[in-house]
Design a protein around this ligand. Structure first.
Ligand SMILES: [Zn+2]
Length: 129
């Protein structure tokens, strides 16, 4: 198997693990609360090439009921990264962010979400201030 995290066999394996967890793990199901969702989520919209992510407050009408999403929390490193600040809240939620403006880690997480059939992602740097 290819060791590249975003390779097709690895993505397929992740999808199988998720399906097993959702479908067969009774202990996981006991802990799962379908009504829980974070305060904000990014919605993934548009087609390849013009795809963007937009910030939404999950208590809004647009995000009801809570959609399935994946979460990305990671070490941002030393450099400047795209993040949610008082001056980026408005552009993040109105225009959204083009994928090529995001670090590779976020782009790969978005690709994974789409591969798993999810249109929503929580990324710490983009969803918390
Ligand atoms: Zn599980």
């Amino acid at each position: 198997m290819s060791v590249a995290t975003c390779s097709e066999p690895v993505l397929r394996l992740a999808a199988e693990w998720l399906a097993d967890c959702v479908g067969q793990h009774t202990k996981c199901a006991e802990k799962f609360n379908p009504l829980f969702h974070p305060t904000r989520l990014m919605t993934i919209v548009g087609k390849n090439g013009t795809r963007i992510v937009k910030l939404l407050e999950t208590n809004s009408e647009q995000v009801s009921p809570p959609p399935p999403y994946i979460a990305l929390s990671y070490c941002w490193g030393q450099g400047d990264t795209v993040k949610l600040l008082s001056n980026t809240y408005e552009p993040f939620s109105s225009q959204g962010i083009r994928l090529d403006q995001l670090p590779r880690t976020m782009q790969q997480a978005i690709d994974l979400a789409l591969y798993l059939g999810m249109q929503w992602i929580w990324i710490d740097a983009l969803c918390i201030t």
